[in-house]
Design a binder for this molecule. Structure first.
Ligand code: BT5
Length: 323
């Protein structure tokens, strides 16, 4: 595949491939048939050889890795056409010891998960549903930093591959004009003072036409296709996302979370807004003043008291409605 790509748009003869790879012409022919079944369009002409005409819009490991400029993130990719949830699959693999930086990716999730058991709509081949496995040397209390870091990486990646710069709604939503483009679900396995592994699940609505969203999401969800009017290369987005994640993760491990926080604040839709925060057992209304160095949201209530919120759902009361 890589050979054909490097030769594109020219032909590569069976003889050349056979010499380069040290395999028989029959083996090459068989391999070409299986690549074609994966959706690659290959022209084969006698005496000229094989020529790659087009690659399918699939997030195959070789597509994600071709041109990926990371040291570890995405250097190992576990690919599924359809799976219940990439987070669930990643958890199992992480428990079995797969290395940090492994990415689990699926074209479709049948049981995509949001927080608190909510459902995440993940139609086939139109979004990017992936989970990154991390083994961070941090204490469990610092895990929210991973979500903060992921949100910044997502915004950067979207801005790099499209004409859109979305905003971040604390803690884990990336929105564009009040509608959700990306959801992040961080989960971990930890002891009292060490994290065994953390998994970062990121669902990005890339090329989803409005009608592919379930009815109940049509007003609250959006995609890059809807907002920008054209399709975005999913592989380019994954590569950009992984490269930004790796860069920010290195910063975090170096102890420079402040730089990440500053960038988060710049993209934040929450800071400075009037918010209603719904937590597990309380609802709080006030002004979101900042996030602190652990990633918690600081909300000033009507009495002027600042309250630290570590988890919950935020509704922003903006001038153009609530979201
Ligand atoms: C999230 O939860 O936003 C986290 C979503 C994480 C999804 C990724 S995909 C890869 C990985 N594997 C998984 O199984 N999950 C992760 P939360 O903040 O609880 O938001 C969930 C709510 O968002 C739902 O209750 C819906 O209202 C809405 N929603 C569901 N699907 C959506 C979509 N595709 N786009 C926008 N909003 C959606």
């Amino acid at each position: 595949m890589t050979l054909l790509k490097s030769k594109q748009p020219d032909f590569l003869s069976g003889e050349e491939i056979s010499k380069l790879l040290g395999v028989s012409r029959t083996a090459i022919w068989k391999h070409i048939q299986s690549i074609k079944e994966d959706g690659y369009e290959i022209d084969s002409v006698s005496r000229q050889g094989y020529r790659l005409l087009s690659a399918p819009d699939r997030l195959y490991p070789q597509e994600v890795q071709d041109g990926l400029n990371t040291a570890t993130f995405g250097q190992s990719v576990v690919y599924f056409d359809r799976i219940s949830s990439t987070n669930e699959a990643a958890k199992e693999l992480a428990a079995q010891g797969i290395p940090e930086g492994t990415v689990v990716i699926a074209e479709e999730q049948t049981g995509g998960k949001g927080r608190l058991g909510r459902h995440w709509a993940s139609p086939h081949g139109q979004g990017v549903w992936l989970t990154l496995v991390l083994r961070p040397p941090i204490i469990p209390m610092d895990a929210p930093k991973l979500t903060i870091m992921a949100a910044v990486a997502v915004v950067r990646a979207i801005a790099q591959v499209s004409s859109i710069t979305p905003g971040i709604k604390w803690p884990n939503d990336v929105l564009y004009q009040g509608r959700k483009l990306v959801g992040i679900l961080t989960e971990m396995s930890a002891e009292m003072d060490t994290v065994n592994y953390a998994i970062l699940g990121i669902g990005t609505n890339l090329n989803i036409p409005r009608e592919s969203f379930p009815e109940e999401l049509q007003n609250q969800a959006t995609s890059l296709l809807i907002e920008s009017g054209h399709k975005i290369s999913r592989t380019r987005y994954v590569q950009s996302l992984l490269s930004n994640l790796e860069e920010l993760y290195q910063l975090l491990l170096k102890g420079d979370f402040d730089t990440i926080l500053d960038e988060w604040r710049r993209f934040s839709l929450t800071i400075g807004a009037r918010v209603v925060v719904t937590g597990l057992n309380q609802t709080l209304e006030g002004l979101a003043v900042d996030i602190d160095e652990t990633g918690a949201l600081m909300v000033e209530d009507s009495s002027g008291k600042t309250i630290k919120v570590v988890a919950g759902d935020v509704t922003i009361r903006g001038t153009q409605g609530q979201y």
